[in-house]
Structures are given as C-alpha cells and as structure tokens.
Design a protein around this ligand. Structure first.
Ligand code: ZN
Length: 210
C-alpha cells in the first residue's frame, strides 16, 4: 500500500514538474513572439539619423531593429563605417536606453569567402549545372579549405557584430540554381547544401560565443 501511495505521489510530482517546464518553455516562446521588428539598411538609418529613427520606432512600438548588410548593395564595410560613425554610436546608445534590441542580417557569403580567391583556389567555389567551376554564387560547400577561410573571416566579423538578442543571421546567396555540382556535392540537394552552410556557421559562432 505504501509503495502504491509513494508511486502515485511521485507520478503526481513528476507531472507538476513537467507542467512547470512546459509552462516555462511556452513563456519563452511567447516572449520571443513579443518582438515587433523592422529590417533596415545602414543607408536607411543614415538618411533619417539615429534620433529620428528612434522616435519612429518608439511611436510604432517597434522593439527590434534588424540591420541588413548585403554584398551586392550595402556590404560589410558600409555597415562597419556606419556603426563606428557618431550617428552609429548614438543609435546603439539610444537603442539600449529605449530597450530596442539590435541584430544583424548578413547576406555576405561573397565577402566571407572573397570571390578574388577564385584565381588561385577555384576548388573553393561551386561547379554549376553545366559542369563549369564558377565564383558567381555561393561556394563548394564540401571544401574544407574554403571553410577555413570563412571561419577566419567570421571570427573577425564577430568581434564587431554584436546582436543584443544573441541571434545571428547568415544566409547563402539567393538563387534558384546557385548550388554546387562537384563530385562531393552533387548528391546533395540545394536544401542539404544550405543546411550544411547553416550548421557550419553555427559551429563557428558557438566556438567564439560561449
Ligand atoms: Zn562542391
């Protein structure tokens, strides 16, 4: 009898603990959903100025600012130039004061694996569907040597890209047919190759963001 009572009590206790864990995880999800954000380029922010932008964000109940950098339009140099400028520093301070989080949307694969490396290391880059090695888009996702270059550049990048949400966004080049068809990659779908990129980036980020 005592054994049965103990078993029932233990089961009840475990159920309560599981419910609490479940409640807590739900709360975490809800708090993430509380973000109301906008994504802007550095030039958008520059054109308004930090003061004016913060007023607009506050009036619109926006508490998350995503700053987009894109190799083809506003590259990493452009982002860095803004962040170290007086207005960029003011923006960071005002966001903190007004409890507005900042994160960075990085479409920069072409910069963290510079296209100029193609001349000496074509093997870092993809083989297109016509079986030509090209540096037009993305990379050979199976090239460990290319990944060493990316790792070195991303570690340097993370010294000045500091999202207050601790969330990072690094994307492959957008394209329908921009993946690698080399012997090692050709059995991998575009989704597989994109996932390889995200997982490798995650490993790099976790190694420095402990
Ligand atoms: Zn490949």
């Amino acid at each position: 009898m005592n054994y049965k009572k103990t078993t029932i009590a233990t089961t009840f206790l475990i159920s309560i603990i599981l419910m609490c864990i479940s409640c807590n995880s739900n709360e975490t999800v809800v708090s993430k959903d509380d973000y109301r954000g906008v994504v802007l380029y550095p030039s958008d922010i520059r054109s308004l100025g930090a003061d004016k932008l913060i007023d607009i964000l506050n009036e619109s109940n926006i508490n998350l600012l995503g700053i987009h950098t894109n190799t083809l339009t506003e590259d990493l140099d452009s982002l860095k130039e803004y962040l170290v400028s007086p207005d960029g520093k003011l923006l960071i301070d005002l966001c903190e004061e007004n409890k507005i989080d900042i994160e960075y949307e990085c479409h920069v694969l072409q910069e963290i694996l510079p296209r100029t490396l193609f001349d000496n290391h074509p093997e870092y880059f993809r083989v297109d569907s016509s079986e030509n090695r090209t540096n037009d888009l993305n990379m050979c996702f199976s090239s460990d040597e290319a990944w060493l270059v990316i790792e070195e550049n991303v570690i340097e990048l993370l010294e000045w890209i500091k999202p207050t949400t601790n969330r990072y966004f690094f994307w492959i080049d957008d394209s329908y047919d921009g993946f690698c068809n080399c012997d090692e990659c050709k059995s991998l779908s575009p989704s597989d190759q994109a996932l390889m990129y995200e997982n490798r980036m995650l490993t790099i980020i976790r190694n420095v963001n402990t």
